[in-house]
Design a protein around this ligand. Structure first.
Ligand SMILES: [Zn+2]
Ligand SMILES: [Zn+2]
Ligand SMILES: [Zn+2]
Length: 332
């Protein structure tokens, strides 16, 4: 059973997971062999290699855990947090901890052994976005959970252990610190200006056009003013909305097209690119916020976070977002 421990100085929670019982020698070589379709547990036909599915988009008449699916959601075989049990919040002297309760799911985005779903049709990406929404809505029914983070690790350097195109989600019993920081910052801005900082960013970037990538009817994509990483990108809905779960059909279509465009441009600049993307949305307990605005962040993994960044929280970015935008836009 994993354990959640709170850092008493800065209030950050850490998941201490001992399930896999790693010995020091296990860290010596982190190379994961590339999977092939025959041995890949995410390929159609290999359903018995994974834990039983939680949800699937499948052809009428096909049974769970058999071929015939388009998208398949399964529990992570090595979950960071466990689904069974009580939260059991407790203290030990000055320390706070609780049981490592959470959900850790894998969204397998295609039955075929394809490494990047963004090489596929927009229709497939739309379905993936719908599944994100479905899973977020479903996990909300569990009163133990406060937050769900949907994320994608593409490539080994970005943390993926299998090549087959997939994303993941982790539901946690607390609101993560990074999210808390965004909530607090945008709340302070709102208290002062009576406006959503994200809506203001969208407006200013639309006016200036210096960091703007592509604009659709319902979304904008841009390289953030204070980008931490080369080619970092954000996608934001133009309509003020703090809760990703409220995304509508026409917006899903638009988001799929834009996501394909952004990842496509990145891949054309660096074909072997590895990246992460994450969806930041409001917590389950207070979904409707005037001051917060859901968004998607794309983080290309071109640089390693090193000593200075760890020690200070400062990032050194060698590609100005205004330059990154020019390169990315040429790749359209
Ligand atoms: Zn596969
Ligand atoms: Zn807003
Ligand atoms: Zn964010």
């Amino acid at each position: 059973m994993a354990e959640l421990r709170k850092d008493p100085v800065i209030g950050r929670w850490v998941i201490v997971s001992t399930e896999r019982g790693r010995r020091p020698s296990d860290f010596a070589d982190e190379q994961v062999p590339t999977t092939e379709a025959v041995t890949c547990p995410f390929c159609e036909g290999n359903e018995t290699m994974t834990p039983p599915e939680i949800y699937a988009c499948r052809k009428d008449g096909t049974k769970p855990n058999t071929p015939g699916w388009q998208i398949r959601v399964i529990p992570n075989k090595y979950p960071a947090l466990g689904i069974e049990g009580e939260l059991h919040k407790r203290g030990q002297g000055i320390y706070d901890m609780m049981n490592g309760i959470g959900a850790h799911e894998v969204i397998v985005e295609t039955p075929h052994h394809i490494e990047d779903v963004f090489s596929l049709e927009e229709r497939v990406i739309e379905e993936v976005i719908w599944v994100y929404r479905e899973r977020m809505k479903d996990l909300m029914k569990d009163p133990r959970f406060e937050y769900v983070l949907v994320f994608k690790n593409k490539g080994k350097a970005a943390g993926a252990s299998l090549d087959h195109s997939h994303s993941q989600l982790i539901a946690t019993p607390i609101v993560p610190k990074r999210v808390e920081e965004e909530l607090e910052g945008s709340r302070n801005y709102f208290n002062f200006k009576k406006r959503c900082v994200f809506c203001d960013i969208i407006q200013q970037e639309l006016d200036l056009k210096q960091r703007l990538l592509w604009v659709t009817e319902h979304f904008v994509s841009l390289c953030p003013f204070a980008s931490r990483f080369p080619y970092e990108m954000s996608i934001l809905p133009r309509r003020h909305c703090s809760d990703f779960k409220e995304i509508e059909e026409h917006e899903v279509r638009d988001l799929a097209a834009l996501l394909k465009k952004c990842i496509g441009a990145l891949t054309r600049i660096i074909p072997s690119i590895t990246y992460n993307y994450i969806i930041h949305t409001s917590p389950y307990s207070y979904p409707h916020l005037d001051y917060y605005h859901w968004h998607l962040e794309i983080i290309p993994r071109l640089t390693k976070v090193a000593g200075f960044e760890w020690g200070t929280g400062f990032y050194i970015n060698h590609v100005a977002p205004e330059e990154a935008v020019k390169h990315l836009r040429q790749m359209e």
